[in-house]
Design a protein around this ligand. Structure first.
Ligand code: PLP
Length: 400
């Protein structure tokens, strides 16, 4: 089928929920994607922070092939071998003692909200259900997670929202302290706000927040859906802050491209869930978990990928800082490892379109922030190629 016909049928048969570019990707390998007309692109979006190992990583492909021949799905009424193995690996490499598997970031956050509320009812009192989240946060698109998301634009068409959520400015411990009431049970935050514009917290924020919550006996839920699995140069972003959460959520890169989410917790908190409290038909599916195991093994191998992520992130930010000297309309460059935001003085949409025409997949968020979340395997040559392209695009805009 021709590309035009595919796009026409896409518009006919699929609900109009995405602003899609007129491109159909049919093949990928490492940093590269190929469209239905054979054009090659370098991918600095990585399926929105999903393809941390690049496209079709050979270890993930082989794991999927092997598992598909053995067992694709079985019910959670039974113990599932790849699920046990992935759960053990995640616990052994994090603060957590136990894991609940689901299929997406929103579902992982739903599970976290339910666990926090159940734990609070059992251990803090009947009336402890309020969760404090941050303005400009993003936690997903289900009803509970759009409520947790501190951005009205995702909420206003779908009111009434869920009761029991409060919002505070990100990075302000005093604001959290002031928002705590007799009903508060937890605070839920992203370690770095991703969709909200790649916003970094002040250096000591999470240490001070954790101390406050410990003092008040409240839970810390970290949403590492976008920052987890090596994105910031550590396996989990909380490791940069010298603290540990009580609950953490993962998805995106967890399955090496396969849909899988996870909610991890300390034993003390996890014990509040008992059979019947929460479930998912597909959660921890053998195929998704096999991909997750292969993917986590590849990320951890020799620590090579994590140190390269830090180095490439620094290299990328330095190149962007050089561009900033030439183009004063670049207001700010932020991020850690390979989650990078570049705030412009104007809407970044045209830059993204122009880059796509030039064969680079980039993205923007909050209108004015170019966001780069490439596979962690990105090289300095590929970063140089994108920086040259951005320079050409910026020059055009500057001289226009
Ligand atoms: C921090 C964060 N939490 C949750 C989600 C929702 O994940 P999903 O789209 O898999 O439901 C996202 C997605 O962008 C995210 O960035």
């Amino acid at each position: 089928m021709s590309t035009d016909k595919l796009i026409e049928e896409s518009r006919t048969y699929l609900m109009n929920t995405y602003n899609r570019f007129p491109v159909v990707f049919v093949r990928g390998r490492g940093m590269k994607l190929y469209d239905s007309d054979g054009k090659e692109y370098i991918d600095f979006l990585g399926g929105i922070a999903v393809n941390n190992l690049g496209h079709c990583h050979p270890k993930v492909v082989v794991a999927l092939q092997k598992q598909a021949q053995k067992l694709i799905h079985v019910s959670n009424y039974f113990h599932i071998e790849p699920q046990i193995k992935l759960g053990k690996m995640l616990c052994q490499n994090s603060f957590a003692d136990q894991v609940f598997f689901c299929n997406s970031g929103a579902e992982a956050n739903e599970a976290a909200i339910k666990l926090a509320r159940k734990y609070a009812k059992e251990n803090m009192g009947e009336d402890k259900y309020e969760i404090i989240t941050a303005l400009n946060s993003f936690h997903g698109r289900t009803m509970a997670t759009i409520t947790a998301t501190g951005q009205e634009k995702f909420q206003k068409a779908f009111t009434p929202l869920l009761p029991g959520f409060k919002y505070v400015p990100f990075g302000d411990v005093g604001a959290v302290a002031a928002a705590i009431t007799d009903k508060t049970c937890a605070v839920m935050m992203e370690p770095i706000q991703a969709e909200g514009g790649v916003n970094m917290p002040p250096e000591d924020y999470f240490r001070e927040l954790k101390a406050l919550l410990e003092d008040r006996g409240l839970l810390l839920i970290l949403d590492e859906v976008q920052t987890g699995m090596g994105r910031t140069g550590k396996l989990f972003a909380y490791e940069h802050y010298g603290i540990e959460p009580d609950i953490m959520t993962l998805a995106k890169a967890l399955g090496g491209g396969m849909p899988i989410g996870a909610m991890l917790a300390t034993k003390k908190v996890a014990e509040s869930f008992s059979p019947g409290d929460h479930a998912s038909t597909f959660g921890g599916n053998p195929l998704a978990c096999a991909a997750g195991i292969a993917s986590l093994e590849a990320i951890l191998e020799d620590g090579w990928l994590l140190s390269s992520c830090q180095r490439m992130g620094d290299y990328f930010r330095k190149g962007l800082a050089d561009l900033q000297k030439k183009y004063p309309f670049i207001k700010d460059i932020r991020g850690k490892g390979l989650i990078i935001g570049v705030e412009l003085e104007f809407d970044a949409g045209d830059i993204v379109k122009e880059a796509l025409r030039e064969g680079y997949i980039i993205n923007y968020t909050m209108q004015k922030v170019l966001r780069f979340v490439p596979p962690l395997i990105v090289t300095d040559e590929e970063i140089d190629g994108l920086l040259d392209t951005l320079e050409r695009i910026f020059d055009k805009r500057y001289s226009a």
